[in-house]
Design a protein around this ligand. Structure first.
Ligand code: HMG
Length: 406
């Protein structure tokens, strides 16, 4: 009798772990952007180097009144209602732009969003991989607690420095997701392939607000990590290119994903499969082209971009490649759920269209106006920031946040 009960429970559990994934998704970035052709002209580069060679049209210009916490809050509140605020039991905050060396950004977020105090929350750091680490942790958490609703956010500001080679690959913003059982957007398959290597391709010492990077080396490692994890996944599961409707990537700049995809397309069984993957890749980079690197959120902005194109059907398999410098890479897969279109926020493209362009001089002024890591009081330009949540500044060495209520 006991054995039978255990079997039934085990069978249910197996069914459950095949039915966990992304139930809601939202995105936020600044209301300001820099046109990449203006930046190219100012840096005496051919605009096509940025537009085609790097694959970026616009770059989000993050105000000094936004940080990882407010970017995350502005993304997440769009998918929260009172019921959700009470149901969430775990907050996983992926970021490499943390605002404190001790206190987790998840605690600030919980308070700003009014999420119930019984929910726990932590910050996850491994460069751009932090949010993907959160996805894998959420899978295990939901398998143990099937009624759980997990809030995940990836929020960052990508800063390399004015007139550096990394400058055209800056950007910023946040993606927020709710993961649960019976997801309404994407079921995540439990199998994944992972690779970790201690390398110095991109890093940010504690005293710096801008990253240090060995750009060409990092781009080569990105491709090697993709090939290696994709091969590992294929060996584990027997799945190859023909099993996927789309392969999507962390997009530090959109050409990076294209280069990685092209590096495996020779193995495609026929031209139709290769062309299909290239067409879906184009869908998946549209939003990223307009924003730049989000670090932790980039892969998930690309997912949103792909889903918004509405070219996928129920049951289609998507392969997702996550890369975080330093470095960790992971290839995992998901299955598109029937009716996913109904769960997508239709205003994202409109929000991007409504942004205001800034000149290169204005962008440089905003860039230099950021609050440095220092003890004195500071007031940001929060009064000019139309976002719901903003950083007001620092008082007595404590960050001050404001919410503009409707
Ligand atoms: P660069 O040296 O200025 O550019 O830096 P380039 O000379 O290599 O040119 C870029 C591309 O433009 C090349 O194409 C050129 O041929 C092309 P590719 O050979 O790569 O296919 N090009 C043109 N195309 C059309 N018309 C033209 C023209 N001129 C040139 N007229 C670099 C580029 C990406 C290295 C730099 O911007 C950089 O260092 N960026 C930051 C690092 C980065 O994004 N690395 C990506 C992998 S690491 C990663 O993804 C992790 C990360 O997100 C951080 C994290 O994990 O936290 C960064």
């Amino acid at each position: 009798m006991l054995e039978l009960l255990e079997l039934v429970q085990r069978k249910n559990w197996e069914a459950l772990i095949l039915n966990i994934g992304i139930d809601k998704i939202s995105f936020f970035t600044s209301d300001l952007y820099l046109p990449m052709d203006d930046l190219a002209k100012a840096r005496k580069e051919d605009p096509n180097k940025y537009l085609i060679g790097i694959g970026q049209s616009k770059q989000a210009v993050i105000r000094n009144s936004q940080d990882a916490v407010t970017l995350a809050a502005n993304a997440a509140w769009q998918i929260l209602d009172e019921k959700e605020r009470q149901s969430i039991d775990l907050i996983l905050f992926g970021t490499e732009s943390g605002v404190d060396n001790s206190k987790s950004a998840a605690v600030y977020l919980q308070s700003l969003l009014g999420i119930n105090a019984q929910a726990s929350g932590v910050e996850l750091k491994q460069a751009c991989f932090g949010l993907t680490a959160g996805i894998q942790l959420a899978m295990g958490h939901i398998a143990l607690h099937p009624k759980s609703r997990v809030l995940l956010v990836g929020a960052d500001i990508a800063r390399y420095g004015i007139k550096t080679a990394g400058e055209p690959t800056q950007g910023g913003g946040a993606v927020a997701m709710i993961m649960s059982a019976n997801p309404r957007i994407l079921k995540i398959n439990p199998e994944s392939a992972h690779l970790t290597k201690d390398i110095m391709d991109f890093w940010r010492p504690l005293y710096r607000s801008e990253a240090l990077v060995d750009g060409h080396y990092s781009s080569q490692e990105f491709i090697d990590f993709f090939q290696s994890t994709f091969q590992q996944y294929s060996a584990k599961t027997g799945q190859g290119l023909n099993d996927f409707a789309a392969l999507i990537f962390h997009l530090p700049y959109t050409k990076m994903g294209l280069k990685a995809l092209r590096s495996v397309l020779e193995e495609a069984p026929d031209d139709q499969i290769a062309e299909g993957l290239l067409a879906r890749f184009e869908d998946s980079r549209q939003l990223n082209r307009e924003v730049g690197n989000l670090y932790t959120g980039s892969l998930y902005l690309s997912l949103l971009s792909l889903l918004q194109a509405r070219s996928l059907r129920e049951g289609d398999q998507i392969g997702l490649f996550s890369y975080g410098s330093g470095a960790e890479g992971e290839f995992y897969t998901g299955e598109v759920v029937q009716g996913y279109e109904r769960m997508l926020d239709t205003s994202v493209s409109e929000q991007l269209r409504q942004r205001k362009p800034v000149s290169v001089t204005e962008y440089e002024e905003i860039y230099r106006s950021f609050m440095a890591a220092q003890p004195s009081d500071f007031v940001t330009d929060y009064q000019n920031d139309p976002a719901r949540f903003a950083l007001k500044g620092q008082k007595d060495q404590q960050r001050q946040y404001v919410e503009r209520k409707d």
